[in-house]
Ligand binder design. Structure first.
Ligand SMILES: [Zn+2]
Length: 332
């Protein structure tokens, strides 16, 4: 987990992932790897409702992996996080943002609880505020909200969300046209958790479950190979892309133990083991030996390390790359 966050520190995602029992809850920090997948980099088991948890988690992470202090660019947190101000002191280069859809959900819930009249109109105003592409547009919609919303809702908004507008409104918080994958990442993470956690459970069992998640088969089982197959399909000649598709299809089923050795990544199966080179480009197996094309072992090791599964540099020119390589095309 430490190595992952060292390799992919730019975007971190942090939220309460689940309740473990009546007293404790699990908070998770995720990073986004070279395949755009969410990967767990830190867990925090905490008593429910502890204040200052956000800063405690961020500070602990930086304490265990000091290299990332100046490398984290964006931290996205869930809408129930608190104590935002201190984060930027610990991660001075990071932009903090709150998942916008969760802010809207919290506001809609409040509107529903208060039985607001003109609820639809208020929803639209809130949505437009969150999508405001300039401070002026935000102020205009805020004026409209002040005209339409009853006082209790307005008070809630002005106390809880208006002061933090720089963390959730488009023009301050988000890069233009940049998808925020916070919700996707946490739903993938929760799917993984479901395989090992069955709340309510005691803390030792929970810790063991979390450790059990950090294995190669858990990662490979969650892999959707179709987009990668498609990319190779558009890049390679048919013979190569068929072979690559076969190897990719086998990745979700591989059940190797992965060991990081000084010679490379050792994938140990029940009957045989294979060595993938340190640069994740070659393998000791016969498939790689015969074709010099990435095999299931190379894909599995790259998946674990977070390196892109699709990489044209893995293809030998003699296998006929369809573009950017005239020589290869001729030979192919
Ligand atoms: Zn291999």
């Amino acid at each position: 987990m430490r190595e992952l966050v060292q390799r992919f520190p730019a975007r971190l995602f942090l939220e309460r992932a689940t309740c473990l029992n009546a007293d404790f809850e699990l908070h998770t920090v995720l990073c986004q790897d070279g395949n755009g997948r969410s990967r767990e980099v830190a867990y925090c088991l905490a008593r429910q409702g502890l204040p200052d948890l956000l800063i405690f988690m961020v500070a602990s992470l930086v304490q265990s992996v000091p290299d990332i202090k100046l490398q984290v660019k964006v931290v996205t947190v869930g809408a129930d996080a608190m104590g935002f101000e201190a984060v930027e002191e610990v991660l001075p280069c990071a932009k903090l943002q709150i998942c916008r859809l969760q802010v809207l959900e919290a506001l809609y819930r409040k509107a529903c609880d208060l039985f607001l009249p003109k609820e639809g109109q208020i929803h639209n105003l809130l949505l437009n505020m969150s999508n405001a592409n300039s401070p002026r547009v935000y102020s205009q919609y805020l004026n409209c909200l002040e005209d339409v919303a009853p006082l209790p809702f307005l008070q809630y908004f002005l106390e809880c969300w208006h002061p933090h507008r720089s963390l959730w409104v488009e023009c301050w918080a988000f890069e233009k046209n940049q998808e925020c994958s916070f919700l996707d990442h946490f739903s993938a993470h929760r799917r993984k958790l479901l395989t090992v956690l069955t709340p309510p459970m005691a803390l030792p069992a929970c810790v063991q479950g979390l450790l059990d998640l950090q294995t190669l088969p858990v990662e490979t089982a969650m892999l959707n190979v179709a987009p990668v197959t498609q990319l190779y399909h558009t890049t390679c000649l048919p013979d190569s892309s068929d072979l690559l598709a076969e190897e990719l299809d086998l990745v979700p089923q591989v059940h190797y133990k992965l060991k990081d050795t000084s010679d490379g990544y050792l994938l140990e199966g029940s009957n045989c083991s294979f060595l993938v080179s340190q640069d994740l480009a070659t393998c000791s197996c016969s498939i790689y030996g015969a074709h010099q094309l990435p095999c299931r072992h190379i894909f599995a090791a790259r998946l674990w390390m977070g390196e892109p599964l699709f990489d044209p540099n893995l293809l030998p020119s003699s296998q006929g790359v369809l573009h950017d390589d005239a020589e290869g095309q001729g030979e192919g």
